[in-house]
Design a protein around this ligand. Structure first.
Ligand SMILES: Cc1cc2nc3c(=O)[nH]c(=O)nc-3n(C[C@H](O)[C@H](O)[C@H](O)COP(=O)(O)OP(=O)(O)OC[C@H]3O[C@@H](n4cnc5c(N)ncnc54)[C@H](O)[C@@H]3O)c2cc1C
Ligand code: FES
Length: 266
């Protein structure tokens, strides 16, 4: 992204203190952390958490969902997948987590202003970074419309939080909550063009957004990829640039995780 160097912050290492940890849906946890690092966080960045187990050498990247600079608190929302996130989910209030961050380039919110309208598109466990994004856009007078999709009713998260900042349409694949179907079906019916689009979710959903808004000047995708160092040194996380040779790529941890539509191969 053009002005990424301006928005990038220094990566810090700190033991963040757990304020609380709550299971908000089956196997999905909300983790509130406190520390000085919060002062440097931006919407769309992520934290790299060390799992407190000597056999887990690699840190786990988790997006920042909410930032409360006044109380130096950041909220993460993550799903327990395998052993690392399972161990994280057992940590309790008062314990600390060895954390590196804030990492990556977040969403560029400077491209829209008061009175303009943005579309947030989220899928499943990709919805968390959209909450802080919605909050900050709302604070600057931008109208926020969210379309978020989940597998089923049990997996629906963060609808209430996003609703504080504007209308939210929820879809579920099986129709057990909200509208049955995919977020793409809702977006195809829209008769207006958003001034900016911010999205995070499963690869299939991001591929749709990438193609649907390929020519939009302010449409962004937040990507996931397997990471090792998480700070630009090892190239474990690269994605190829669209239309370039195999040697032309970008690191998701350092150059992303947010990329403009039409820029990388999904
Ligand atoms: C930039 C970024 C932001 C993310 N934000 C969130 C979030 O907000 N909430 C959430 O639930 N998940 C998020 N993820 C996915 C999360 O990192 C993985 O689910 C988690 O690392 C799995 O760890 P595990 O030990 O349970 O699984 P394991 O499969 O045992 O992990 C083994 C290794 O693979 C890596 N890995 C496994 N799955 C993924 C994945 N999907 N993406 C990247 N690395 C993976 C792990 O970090 C670890 O190094 C994010 C991933 C990235 C890259
Ligand atoms: S994880 Fe090492 S460069 Fe991205």
């Amino acid at each position: 992204m053009d002005d990424s160097s301006e928005r990038k912050t220094m990566i810090l290492k700190e033991d963040l203190c757990i304020v609380r940890q709550t299971e908000i849906a089956p196997r999905i946890f909300e983790l509130v952390l406190k520390g000085e690092m919060v002062q440097d966080m931006q919407a769309g960045q992520f934290l790299h958490l060390k799992v407190p187990d000597p056999s887990k050498l690699l840190r786990r990247p988790i997006s920042i969902s909410e930032i409360d600079k006044e109380h130096k608190e950041a909220t993460l929302v993550y799903r327990v997948e395998r052993a690392g996130t399972e161990i994280l989910s057992k940590l309790r209030e008062g314990q600390t987590i060895d954390t590196m961050g804030p990492q990556g380039n977040g969403f560029d919110l400077s491209v829209v202003g008061s009175g303009q309208t943005v579309l947030l598109i989220g899928g499943g466990i990709g919805v968390p970074p959209l909450v802080e994004t919605a909050k900050q856009l709302h604070e600057k007078g931008v109208k926020v419309v969210s379309v978020i999709g989940f597998a089923n009713k049990d997996a629906v998260i963060l609808e209430e939080k996003l609703s504080k900042y504007g209308p939210v349409v929820v879809t579920t694949d099986d129709g057990s909550y909200g509208r049955k179907g995919y977020v793409s079906e809702v977006i195809e019916e829209m008769d207006w063009v958003p001034d900016a689009i911010y999205s995070c979710g499963a690869p299939g959903m991001l591929a749709y957004v990438d193609q649907r808004f390929a020519d939009h000047p302010h449409a962004y995708l937040s990507l996931e990829s397997r990471m090792a160092c998480g700070m630009g040194a090892c190239y474990a996380c690269v994605v190829p640039l669209k239309g370039k040779g195999q040697d032309q790529n970008r690191r998701v941890c350092e150059d992303g995780p947010v990329f403009a539509t039409g820029s990388v191969q999904l």
